[in-house]
Design a protein around this ligand. Structure first.
Ligand code: NAP
Length: 294
């Protein structure tokens, strides 16, 4: 099975490397072509366009920043040149980026019309988890294709949840999960502001937090916030805001009020407004600290 991989950012480069290390024949593309050099040295073929990858493969994986990036790569511009036109009938597009529920539904429709298959398979886990194949993958869509891709998922992640044949379900779960992490960041930020203001040992407080709430998410973000180490970003605040917007859009469409979602939306917007958009999204904790004068 020949595999294509488009989008070699913080997450994609590591995921593609895991597929390559597992012995898969890989063709890759990245808009900033220099980011493909490491994979080229390790044996991947590097294409010069999304179409160049798509026409060569049975399974095309995309791991791109946002809706706009996915649309540019899949649909190309007015002159064409997107992956959609180049992908052969029966080939599978596995969309692993965090994108809107709406775009995922549209991709499903256009691939079906073109005689291709579509699977949404967004992931939970930061770049460190991508490097160690520790992602949790949430897949939905054409079920035979999900099974076809299972060996690929197993090389990139530690777990796979399959949510049925409607790909939108996977994207809805992904943005809901990220909303929960954003809410957790706000909770930790406010809590650590109070602890610091009272002069209490933050390391000891973190031990208590982990004893009470132990999970990879609390552990990872608790440490970052206790140490106030928001750079380098594992997940940029700008992308975090994008995800909360996607949650609120899905909630809006389903008529589900999410007041906490609106609050973390404004926190992320404020962090970005203060020039912190490329810091880790946990930087919203710094806003709570500043509000408290610590
Ligand atoms: P990233 O490091 O910012 O990489 C983004 C990728 O998208 C790069 O390959 C970038 O190419 C490409 N790209 C952006 N705009 C483009 C455009 N208009 N046309 C073509 N390519 C474009 O982001 P990341 O952290 O790897 O995240 C990738 C996806 O995974 C996002 O949807 C994110 O929400 C999701 N995710 C991230 C994490 C995390 O912790 N980082 C965890 C789970 C899910 P260039 O190199 O040319 O800029």
């Amino acid at each position: 099975m020949k595999v294509g991989f488009i989008g070699l950012g913080n997450m994609g480069a590591a995921m593609a490397q895991n597929l390559l290390s597992a012995g898969h024949e890989l063709v890759v593309y990245n808009r900033t072509i220099g980011r493909a050099e490491g994979l080229r040295k390790n044996g991947a073929a590097v294409a010069e366009s999304p179409a160049g990858v798509a026409r060569a493969v049975d399974v095309l994986i995309t791991m791109l920043a946002d809706d706009q990036a996915v649309q540019e790569v899949i649909f190309g511009d007015d002159a064409g040149g997107g992956a959609l036109d180049a992908l052969r009938k029966g080939a599978v597009h596995v969309s692993m980026s965090t994108i809107s529920v709406e775009l995922s539904g549209r991709l499903n429709a256009v691939h079906e019309l073109a005689g291709q298959r579509y699977v949404a398979a967004p992931v939970f886990g930061r770049p460190e988890a991508a490097q160690t194949a520790g992602l949790w993958i949430v897949a939905a869509g054409h079920l035979e294709s999900v099974e076809l891709c299972r060996p690929l998922f197993e090389k990139m992640g530690r777990g796979l949840s399959v949510l049925g044949d409607n790909p939108e379900s996977a994207n809805a779960v992904k943005v809901t999960g990220n909303f929960m992490i954003a809410a957790l960041l706000e909770t930790l930020g406010e809590a650590f502001a109070l602890i610091r203001k009272r002069g209490i040992d933050t390391g000891e407080f973190l031990n208590i937090v982990n004893a009470l709430f132990r999970s990879p998410v609390y552990e990872t973000y608790g440490k970052i916030i206790a140490e106030q180490r928001y750079e380098p970003a594992g997940f940029r605040a700008k992308l975090g805001l994008k995800d909360v917007r996607l949650t609120l859009a899905a909630a809006d469409k389903s008529e589900v009020p999410m007041p906490l979602g609106s609050l973390v939306h404004d926190r992320l917007l404020s962090a970005i407004g203060h020039g912190r958009g490329d810091m880790d999204w946990s930087v919203i904790a710094a806003l709570s600290a500043e509000d408290a004068g610590v």
